[in-house]
Design a protein around this ligand. Sequence first.
Ligand code: HEM
Length: 449
Amino acid sequence: MNAAPKPVPDGPPIEMPRTGWLESLRLALEYRHRTLELLRGLSDRHGRAALQSTGLGPSLASLFGPEANRFVLLDVERQLSAKRAWDFIMGRVFANGLLLRDGADHRQHRRTMQSAFHQNALRAYVERMNAPIAQVVDRWEDETADFRAFPAFKALTLELACSIFLGVDLGSETARLNRAFEDTVAASMSLVRLRIPGLEFDRGMRGREFMMDLFGSMVPSRRQGDGEDMFSRLCRAESEEGDRFDDGEIVDHVIFLMMAAHDTTTSSLSSLMYELGRATDWQDRVREEVSAPRLAAPGFDDLMGLELADRVMKETLRLHPPLSTIPRIAERECAFDGFRIPSGAMVAVYPLHTHHMEEWWTDPFRFDPDRFAPGRAEHERHPYLFVPFGGGAHMCIGHRFAELQIKAILCALLRRYRWRLPDGYRLPEQQAPIAKPTDGLPIRLERIA
Ligand code: HEM
């Protein structure tokens, strides 16, 4: 159990409990693989807030629980910067993406981008999804002997990104684009951020340059056309105030969007397959829900109406939020819950930790999709308790799209296959920067006649 929350101190903010530099260093080094265990250890010892400093970068103020999520994500006093935090993490490889903007600049870009995520746009994207999903998922029949879910979903979501985001079949360029993505994402995690040929960071920057050239060359024709893909919509997008994106902005946004969509959706789908591979009773229940003939090629309304699929998806996102950690930088000294946050500190909240808090969830480590059922609705116990998509000004702009895509793929999978985990399987999960199974997630797939 977590420690009982400490009372909020009266008077001026007090110093946060600190971890020593050696422990801070150990936390930083082990964070990727033991994320939840380390976070629970920190909050058990210190309560709602703890300050870590290795002396190498900015100190890190870790804040725990739904109130901390509200404080950071809503940022009522406008004292926390998403741009500075994400710039620090991935600024050079994913420069100028929507998340790497603050304040009025962010609001203006988000308003302009919004038209690519309106309901009509989502309806059109769903229409384009079913054929490529069916094609790819059918091919998995030949791979059942050594099927690995993570790389399979990665290839599928990239193919969907090409058709839905870019509106093209890149053919042989798809493999190059995939590599460019892998390299840019890896580079955003590089410790050495110098362009030394052959090293990870340089490969990532080359990947970015490849995408800039490829996407840049597509802008002029997309501006003229009436394409229904996301890229074309961004080229034509106009806010109510008449703002439009220039060519460079479009390219930066598309690179960021593809990254934001790709790894997070792949992560969610792998986790979903894992959970349903364990809870085969739930797998059967959802299969029955999606067995109606019209769901062979589900439309927007069909997907929105799937209740059980929605519950298992939400429960998976609770247990395995793709983004375990959401960072900001304090623009000035501020206070949370009576504790002083130093100016310039990295401030982080943790969906992964909040989603496993015993004081809020019933038996939080158990896969129990019915906790999201009407009547129980545990996620409604606090508006910032269930935050796989964040919240506030930077809440995921693609969250509806992601949910539709996950459900469409789940329908296709359940109608074609039954699956289970290998005997005695234990999931080796890396939770940061994006949750993923480090062994690719072997799955026993069986084609349904
Ligand atoms: C299951 C899949 C996904 C998850 C769990 C997820 C999660 C998140 C989270 C937690 C944030 C907020 C980060 C922060 O506040 O620092 C975010 C932001 C964002 N996401 Fe997603 N995301 C997913 C899929 C997508 C998709 C499919 C797209 C695009 C099609 C997308 C585009 C974005 C963008 C552009 C932002 C920045 C929004 C802003 O700054 O206003 N995401 N996402």
